[in-house]
Design a protein. Structure first.
Ligand code: XUL
Ligand code: CO
Length: 451
C-alpha cells in the first residue's frame, strides 16, 4: 500500500463551509454530513457513493473525440501497475471527499487476460488491495456489478445473446463477481443489462431472450444464496441505449418483467436520472413508480440535457430535479433499506483537470443535500401532505368511502350518478391551483436554501 504518494495534490479534506461563506472553490454549501435533519444525519439519508468507472477510468471520450482526461496516475504504462496505483488514488479521493461508499464493475478494476481464469487472477490482486484499504478506512461498497457490454464478445448481448457460449461465459463471469461482492461486503448487487435488448425484431426471439435473462437472474440469486452473499439484488432500467430497444426499458416495464418471472421477491430497482429522461419520464416519476410498488432499491445520481439525446451522465446540478427526487425519498422514509446515491456521472470533456473530479462530486452532493433540505422543510410543514389529503378527501365519506371499501358496484354507482345534473358534477371538482403550488415549491427552494 502506497502511503507516501499524494495523488490529489493541493487538495485538502473537503469541508462543509455553508452557502453564506462559500462563493466558489472546494467546499460544501449544503452538505453537512453530521447535521440531523428530518430525524436522520444527512450522510445517512444520502449515503453517497463514488463510481469507480467514471471517476478513475473514464478518459472523457465522446463519439467524435478522444479522451482529454489528465489523471495523476497517467505515468503508469503497465496495465496492472496502473490498476494498483488507481486503488491508492481512489482511497485518497474517498477520504478527501468524505464519502463512505464506492461502486464498481469487475472490469473497472483490472485488465482482462486471454481467459477468464487469467482475468480473475488480475482482478483478485486488485480486490485484495481494496479489502486491505477497507480495513483501515472503513469504506463500504454500496454495490458492485459486472461489465458484460464493453468486450466484443457481448456484441449481441450477454444473458440474452443468441449464442449459448456467451451465456455460459457470462454465468462464469458473474459467479466470480458475486464472490467478490461477498469479499468486499457489497450491500447491493446491480445488474444493468448493457446490451440486453435488440437491434432489430426481424432476427430476434424476444420471448426466448427475456426467458434467458430471467433464468440468468434466478441462477445469480441462487448462487448468491449458496455462498451466503446477502446483497439486495437490483435491476437498473434504461430504455434505448446502446441497443435500439433495451428490455429493462423503464421502471414500469422492469417491474412487469420481474413479476412475470417471479423475481420481485428478491430484486428491486436501481434508478438513474438520465435513464428516466431517455425513457420519456422524469427521475421523480421513476422513483415514484418504484416506491409505490415497494421496489425502490437504490439511486444512480446524474442528469441529462434536454438538448442532447443520449446518456451524457452529467453530475447533477439541477436543484428542481434533486428536490423532486428527494421529496420521493423523504416520503419513502429512505432511499431504500440499503440504498444510496451513486454518482454515475463524469466531468464534461472540457473539464479535464484532476480537481474537476472533486468539483463534480461537490456540485452533485450539494445538489442532493439541498434537495433533501427542501424536501424535509416541505414535509415538516405538511404542505404537500395537506394539499393531497384535501384533493382526495371525497373518498373518505359517502359514495367515496363506499368505493374504497368495495361496497359500491356498477349498479349502485349508476343509481348514485344517473340523475345528477351537470352543475352538481362540476361543483364536485375544484381548481387545483397548480400554478400556486409551483410558486410555493419555488418559495420553499429559495427560502430553505437561503437560511
Ligand atoms: C449505464 C449505467 C451503468 C450502470 C452500471 O448507462 O448507468 O453505468 O449504472 O452498469
Ligand atoms: Co447507472
Amino acid at each position: 500500500m502506497d502511503t507516501k504518494t499524494s495523488y490529489w495534490k493541493g487538495i485538502d479534506k473537503i469541508q462543509y463551509v455553508g452557502h453564506q461563506d462559500k462563493k466558489s472553490g472546494l467546499g460544501f454549501q449544503y452538505y453537512n454530513p453530521e447535521e440531523v435533519i428530518g430525524g436522520k444525519k444527512m450522510k445517512d439519508w444520502l449515503r453517497f457513493a463514488v463510481a469507480y468507472w467514471h471517476t478513475f477510468d473514464q478518459r472523457l471520450v465522446d463519439p467524435f473525440g478522444d479522451g482529454t482526461a489528465q489523471r495523476p496516475y497517467d505515468k503508469y504504462t503497465d496495465p496492472m501497475d496502473l490498476a494498483l496505483a488507481k486503488v491508492d488514488a481512489a482511497f485518497e479521493f474517498y477520504d478527501k471527499l468524505g464519502v463512505d461508499y464506492l461502486c464498481f464493475h469487475d472490469r473497472d478494476l483490472a485488465p482482462e487476460g486471454d481467459t477468464l481464469r487469467e482475468t480473475n487472477k488480475n482482478l483478485d490482486k486488485v480486490v485484495d488491495k481494496i479489502v486491505e484499504y477497507q480495513k483501515t478506512s472503513g469504506m463500504k461498497v454500496l454495490w458492485n456489478t459486472s461489465n458484460m457490454f464493453t468486450n466484443p464478445r457481448f456484441v449481441e448481448g450477454a444473458a440474452t445473446s443468441p449464442y449459448a457460449d456467451i451465456f455460459a461465459y457470462c454465468a462464469a463471469q458473474l459467479k466470480h463477481s458475486l464472490e467478490i461482492g461477498k469479499r468486499v461486503g457489497s450491500e447491493n448487487y446491480v445488474f444493468w443489462g448493457g446490451r440486453e435488448g435488440y437491434e432489430s425484431l426481424w432476427n430476434t426471439n424476444m420471448k426466448e431472450e427475456q426467458e434467458h435473462a430471467a433464468k440468468f437472474f434466478h441462477m445469480a440469486k441462487d448462487y448468491a444464496n449458496e455462498i451466503g452473499f446477502d446483497a439486495q439484488m437490483l435491476l437498473e432500467p434504461k430504455p434505448k441505449e446502446p441497443t435500439t430497444h433495451q428490455y429493462d426499458f423503464d421502471a414500469a416495464t422492469t417491474i412487469a418483467f420481474m413479476k412475470e418471472y417471479g423475481l420481485d421477491k428478491d430484486f428491486k430497482l436501481n434508478l438513474e436520472g438520465n435513464h428516466a429522461n431517455l425513457a420519456g419520464h422524469t427521475y421523480q416519476h421513476e422513483i415514484r413508480t418504484a416506491r409505490e410498488a415497494g421496489l425502490l432499491g437504490s439511486l444512480d445520481a446524474n442528469q441529462g440535457d434536454k438538448l442532447i439525446g443520449w446518456d451524457i451522465d452529467e453530475y447533477p446540478s439541477n436543484l428542481y430535479e434533486t428536490t423532486a427526487a428527494m421529496y420521493e425519498v423523504v416520503e419513502n422514509g429512505s432511499i431504500g433499506p440499503r440504498g444510496g446515491l451513486n454518482f454515475d456521472a463524469k466531468p464534461r470533456r472540457s473539464s479535464f483537470a484532476p480537481e474537476d473530479l472533486f468539483y463534480g462530486h461537490i456540485v452533485g452532493m450539494d445538489s442532493f443535500a439541498a434537495g433533501l433540505r427542501v424536501a424535509v422543510a416541505m414535509k415538516e410543514d405538511g404542505f404537500l401532505d395537506k394539499l393531497k389529503k384535501d384533493r382526495y378527501s371525497s373518498y373518505e365519506s359517502g359514495i367515496g368511502a363506499d368505493i374504497e371499501s368495495g361496497k359500491a358496484d356498477f349498479k349502485s354507482l349508476e343509481k348514485y350518478a344517473i340523475d345528477k345534473p351537470q352543475s352538481e358534477l362540476i361543483a364536485a371538482t375544484h381548481s387545483d391551483h397548480l400554478e400556486e403550488v409551483k410558486d410555493t415549491i419555488n418559495h420553499y427552494i429559495i427560502d430553505t436554501l437561503s437560511k
